[in-house]
Write a protein that binds this ligand. Structure first.
Ligand SMILES: [Fe+2]
Ligand SMILES: [Fe+2]
Length: 401
């Protein structure tokens, strides 16, 4: 098949009709012509004449019928590109091309695409760079995508495992608590994901992987809990009340602060504790894998909040108020259920000797002060004075997350 070049004024479509791509060949040939030039079209498809006329009408090309072997003559006018009048680029392709406030009508268009004017409003209400963006997003997303592990094969589920029944029960109790917390950690970012303007693609991608991470964490902890029986541990009202306050936070920055900086930050210590004290290799391995993912979740939230605080120092007052509000809501609840805290002591004790239980108790107390230190360090990094970091950290939920 012969195709038009910029110098040709005739195109032979051979037997290709509009039902098999004739318009693509025509479009290319017309694009190569200057405005005002004509293109004679020939071809053997029986419907060519009729279809060519209709296509020209639809696209705004001038069409003249012709006799003989020529199906018609198409003239290029300066209205050909009318559809793209008013079109604009949706920012730039790379992360450097992120704009301060993408238009709602850009909607799901790829960042950097030429967007035809008009179209529906998209309804993504988290649409300001200062609200959602961090320059860390592209790098952390790439790292997250590269670090995915398969729950089925990352650990050996078949490894022989015989723990005394009451030690196994302590592990099951802690796993039951972890699943509950992982489910909250999944639901919170999932609620914001669909509200973030897709222009901030790497942020959406990062959060999508974070949600997938939490899905895997819930899976491995549930699987470990059910390894030797299907009776799980307890779930306390206080624990669920604490997690409910995370789900109730409607502001993205505040939710990310409470969940990822305060809660998941605290969980880094808990997971490291389990990695050290869990009585079996399998439990140590799954808590290690979860901790590596959580480190990334905390890093992302810190980066996101640091970028925001640089531009809006008043956000610090809102972060402070969010901690106070949550504290007021939860202050009459019991915090971490006794079932969970006792199970942590038993795991750290490793035996039922009174001296071992006392050592386990001390280890859990040290864990709590390490958690507080970690929170204080992060609060100081976010610009809170050291003394205030101590008091805010102390007001964090006793349920850890
Ligand atoms: Fe998690
Ligand atoms: Fe997480």
């Amino acid at each position: 098949m012969r195709q038009a070049t910029s110098l040709q004024t005739t195109i032979d479509l051979e037997n290709v009709g509009f039902d098999r791509g004739a318009h693509i060949l025509l479009q290319r040939a017309l694009k190569a012509l200057p405005v005002g030039a004509s293109l004679a079209v020939t071809g053997s498809d029986p419907a060519l004449k009729v279809h060519l006329a209709a296509w020209c009408r639809q696209r705004g090309y001038m069409f003249e019928a012709a006799e003989g072997p020529i199906a018609g003559v198409v003239r290029r006018t300066d209205l050909d590109g009318a559809r793209w009048l008013g079109a604009e680029r949706a920012g730039g392709f790379s992360a450097m091309g992120v704009v301060a406030r993408p238009r709602s009508s850009w909607g799901l268009a790829a960042r950097g695409a030429l967007v035809e004017a008009g179209g529906p409003e998209s309804g993504f209400d988290l649409d300001e760079k200062t609200q959602v963006w961090t320059d860390l997003a592209p790098r952390l997303y790439a790292q997250a995508a590269a670090s995915q592990w398969d729950p089925a094969t990352a650990v050996d589920w078949q490894a022989p495992l015989t723990l005394p029944p009451d030690v196994e029960a302590a592990v099951v109790q802690v796993m039951t608590y972890l699943v509950e917390n992982e489910q909250a950690a999944l639901a919170v970012p999932a609620r914001f994901l669909g509200r973030i303007h897709p222009h901030f693609r790497e942020v959406v991608q990062f959060l999508a992987v974070q949600v997938a991470d939490e899905a895997r964490h819930a899976e491995v902890f549930a699987r470990r809990a059910g390894l030797h029986g299907d009776e799980l541990g307890t779930s306390s009202v206080a624990g669920r009340a604490s997690l409910a306050t995370l789900l109730a936070e409607p502001d993205f920055a505040l939710a990310s602060f409470l969940l990822s900086v305060m809660g998941e930050g605290t969980f880094l210590n808990l997971l490291a504790f389990l990695e050290k004290f869990a009585p079996d290799l399998l439990t140590r391995e799954i808590t290690r894998l979860a901790r590596l993912d959580e480190t990334r979740h905390v890093a992302f939230a810190m980066g996101h909040l640091e970028s925001q605080l640089e531009q809006q120092p008043a956000l610090r007052d809102r972060l402070r108020a969010a901690v106070e509000r949550r504290y007021e809501t939860l202050k009459t609840t019991a915090g971490l259920g006794e079932d969970v805290s006792d199970a942590l002591v038993v795991m750290a004790a490793g035996s039922w000797e009174p001296a071992a239980i006392a050592r386990g108790f001390d280890a859990v107390s040290s864990l709590q002060s390490e958690m507080a230190d970690g929170r204080e360090r992060r609060l100081v990094r976010l610009g809170f004075p050291a003394s205030e970091a101590v008091s805010l950290s102390a007001r964090h939920t006793r349920n850890f997350m």
